[in-house]
Ligand binder design. Sequence first.
Ligand code: AMP
Ligand code: MG
Length: 409
Amino acid sequence: MSQDFPTRISFARAQDIVQAVAMDHPMDVERKPLSRALGRVLAQDVVAGIPLPGFDNSAMDGFAIRSSDGVAPRRLVGEQFAGATAGIPVAAGECLRITTGAALPAGADAVLMKENARVEGDTVLPTQAATAGQHVRRQGEDVAVGDIVLRAGAVLDASKLSLAAALGHHDLPVRRRPTVAVFTTGDELRAPGQPLAPGEIYDSNRVLLQALLIAEGYEPVAWPVLPDDPDALAGALKDAAFSFDLVLTCGGVSAGEKDFLPAFLQREGRVHFWKVLMRPGMPVLFGRLGEAHFLGLPGNPVSVLATFLTLARPLLDALQGRAVPRPRLRARLTADVAKGHDRLEFLRGVLACDESGQLQVTPNPADGSHRLRAAAQSNALVVLGEGAGQWPAGTLMDVLPYTGLEASR
Ligand code: AMP
Ligand code: MG
């Protein structure tokens, strides 16, 4: 196969290519009601059209008072509950019963907590004074009109959605989520639950990829397993490339007799790169097929996990314009690690807090790309930099958690 595309490139270069390609193909913007927008990437800044709080209001159940009256008894002149404004002002020596969230009546400048007063008939006897402004939430103290409260590129989580709702937004402009077609390939694969013939194995990558995608909020469509047959592969993949944003395959990208995908993509589409100097996952293939992005992950299960987390997920993030970085933490090794090869390595490990609250990571020595159990016992990838080297216990390492701990925006 003559190669007119980048090959055996550094991981950093692969990342850059993924970003650049994604920037050239941003997903469309659509409006989604807040109830359907969880996990979506915001497409435009959100500017506050109203202040929060919308009006001065009480932070407590109690009595709206004038602080200048001190501890003097007050005449109870009415009630102001959350909701419609009663319109009763508070004059010197008077107070109004008030509930949390109710508008502070004209004339009042503080709220006396219920617990700090005794009521006798229509007289309220403070047991202590309230200072000016006490237990009052001021209009606009949280958000002023014109504030940019959410930035384009933010990932809409529960608290961001709730902020948009508090500002009166019924829906928000978000990027469409890429649609993803998932293919596993290989004559040796059988679906779990079926009997195995000699030489066959269960297809574990299918559920791995589906679960990784579903956990990110995608709705992957998994095709039946593709055989190691160039025509069958070509037919199904070209078909998927018409109707999905991303065709995600695993297997068939190495240099074996049955690894047809690199030549197929070169012939039928375009190869952005093939082979990245990373481990696991070196034979990963990235390009374009028809209208779709094409990402061919290697077949080994741990390679699938590592290349998904380090290349596929960033591609999907970037297509949606996600500006929130995935967490990359620093944690201390609990055991020595060494490697003799030059490639960037993503070793599996368990990230946890030690007794003093410091992050630590326990590397799993089973580093083979077929060692699925080690991956299943871990929750993070430990980054071992390029070049052969040794990292003694106690060294601070870059760690990429499988999930969670998003930075905010
Ligand atoms: P390949 O890149 O197709 O040569 O596959 C590399 C290794 O991964 C081989 O040992 C395959 O049997 C294995 N493999 C490929 N696809 C899967 C899959 N879907 N589930 C589990 N193992 C797989
Ligand atoms: Mg194969």
